[in-house]
Write a protein that binds this ligand. Structure first.
Ligand code: ZN
Ligand code: ZN
Length: 501
């Protein structure tokens, strides 16, 4: 028997923390905060912390990472397994959380020394994506890129005879970031493993090259041609398996899947979201207005900037430093960038490099500069850091644009309860006369994505996470209405719930 304890993250947005307990092994997947008031932390059971064998971290966002120091404060002495890129970003998130809380007058439940105590281990040092490895005795892990943020991953686990899938925050529709399709990676990995068991001559280095077939290896009763077809391309994400291969791998049903369903019953594709964004921007530009686009420093901001640059070549674009820094950061991590073109043309490193070298946008250097640019340009696009609009810079920009009904504040992502962005979205007229619109750019899964994941990564128990309870309930009902498999259970849970699988 294996038990899932939801310490946070199901039926809510924030504080993702999922405890898996077997008879011998205990692991925690993510440990984040909820950005409300003094911050809501996961419902950690302190007496269990010292029993944890490993903590797995899917990505750097604070709703997955920022409560990890609390584990160390409570006595955790083990390791946190994540990617090097996530580690690179974490200090920024820890620092931002600390300073936000201090500014708001709240105490943190842990010290800075607890942040320093974290012992990191890197997934890519053990195995490439798509390759199983033993993380701690009795726990086998396979990871892949989840397309959500540079460094973000999904996990598949094998523990005490159970198979578990955790999507982390997941999207296959990023314009910039590569996703390793979990379904295909799992099928391919199981194929390799089948052969690994049958042929002791396939060693781990051959597997990690993504090439299990080499000269002279005879694989009992199997056609080498099919395997060669699957392995001839070393990029797992590009491999589409033949139907007979797929069937042979379908015995790999998960016992438990924890699946990002943050966009709930929203059925839009990214292409539809971009159309909506385009419509809102064009309307504003046509009437001579300014569009303010507040974005997190790293993430969707860079995608929308590059898209807008291609889409509106004659429209002046102003990009604040924080977002430019995020763009530079992407250039340093080509492994996480998308390999095929989507809405953006040409190789991405080239596109990003072009942007950074380019003269086609303005970077305000100081307040004087900002005011000059505001006076100089009528119809224009303004990309500023801080998607929640809590910073003084975001508030200042808002105050500059609020008094003209030609202008548009365009919100493109999650706004936590109590933040200015959320208040503005709820009641724009209370703060100014400019237009406010919300078009959610996709960095998570919506209804159709979850439906596809349920079919392609089949599980006996699937827990939908990352959206509020009412929306998760609605999604669950809709999914069950066209459920492909009546014996598969789909759950909408709440923090504090437990589930036996
Ligand atoms: Zn995230
Ligand atoms: Zn998240």
């Amino acid at each position: 028997m294996m038990k899932l304890n939801v310490w946070g993250g199901a039926g809510e947005h924030g504080r993702s923390a999922y405890l898996l307990s077997g008879d011998r092994t205990h692991i925690l997947m993510d440990c984040g905060v909820k950005k409300e008031g003094a911050g809501e932390y996961p419902l950690i059971e302190p007496e269990l912390v010292s029993t944890l064998d490993a903590v797995l971290l899917s990505h750097a966002h604070e709703d997955h990472s920022v409560a990890i120091p609390l584990l160390y404060k409570m006595g955790y002495q083990g390791e946190v397994w994540t990617t090097r890129e996530t580690r690179e970003q974490l200090d920024t998130y820890f620092r931002a959380w600390r300073s936000n809380m201090e500014r708001a007058g709240y105490d943190l439940p842990y010290e800075e020394t607890d942040e320093k105590s974290i012992r990191y281990r890197y997934l890519e040092d053990e195995a490439k994506s798509g390759i199983w490895f033993e993380m701690v005795p009795g726990l086998h892990v396979l990871w892949g890129r989840s397309g959500h943020l540079a460094g973000s991953v999904w996990f598949a686990l094998e523990m005490e005879g159970k198979r578990i899938f955790y999507s982390g925050d997941y999207t296959s529709e990023s314009m910039l970031l590569q996703e390793d399709c979990a379904a295909e990676a799992l099928k391919l990995a199981s194929l390799f493993r089948g052969r690994e068991r049958r042929s002791s001559r396939i060693n781990n280095s051959q597997l990690s090259q993504g090439m299990a077939v080499s000269d002279g290896i005879q694989l009992a009763g199997e056609s080498l041609t099919e395997l060669a077809m699957a392995t001839g391309n070393s990029r797992i994400s590009e491999i589409s398996l033949t139907s007979s291969l797929t069937k042979r791998c379908m015995d790999q049903v998960m016992d438990l899947a924890i699946v990002d369903a943050a966009y709930g019953t929203d059925r839009d594709t990214q292409a539809e979201k971009l159309e909506q964004l385009d419509h809102a921007i064009r309307q504003t530009i046509a009437r001579g207005g300014k569009v303010l686009l507040p974005m997190p420093s790293v993430g969707r901001g860079q995608e929308i900037i590059l898209w807008a640059q291609e889409r509106y070549p004659g429209v002046p674009m102003i990009v604040e430093q924080g977002l430019v820094d995020g763009m530079k950061q992407l250039l340093r991590v080509p492994y996480w960038l998308r390999e095929k073109e989507t809405y953006l043309k040409g190789p991405l490193t080239y596109t990003i490099g072009q942007f950074l070298d380019g003269q086609s946008w303005h970077l305000p250097k100081n307040w004087e500069d900002r005011e000059r640019l505001l006076n100089q340009h009528a119809a224009s696009l303004w990309f500023i850091p801080d998607g929640m609009m809590q910073s003084s810079l975001a508030r200042w920009y808002y105050s500059q644009l609020a008094e003209s009904c030609e202008n548009l504040i365009l919100l493109t992502g999650h706004a936590a309860v109590g933040t200015f962005a959320q208040k503005l979205a709820q009641n724009p007229a209370e703060y100014g006369v400019c237009e406010v619109q919300k078009v959610r750019y996709k960095v998570h899964q919506g209804w159709l994505d979850v439906e596809r994941m349920l079919q392609r990564v089949p599980a006996r128990h699937t827990v939908l996470v990352h959206a509020d309870k009412a929306e998760t309930d609605r999604l669950r009902e809709n999914l069950l209405r066209n459920s492909p498999s009546p014996e598969a259970e789909v759950y909408s849970l709440s923090p504090g719930d437990e589930l036996y699988v």
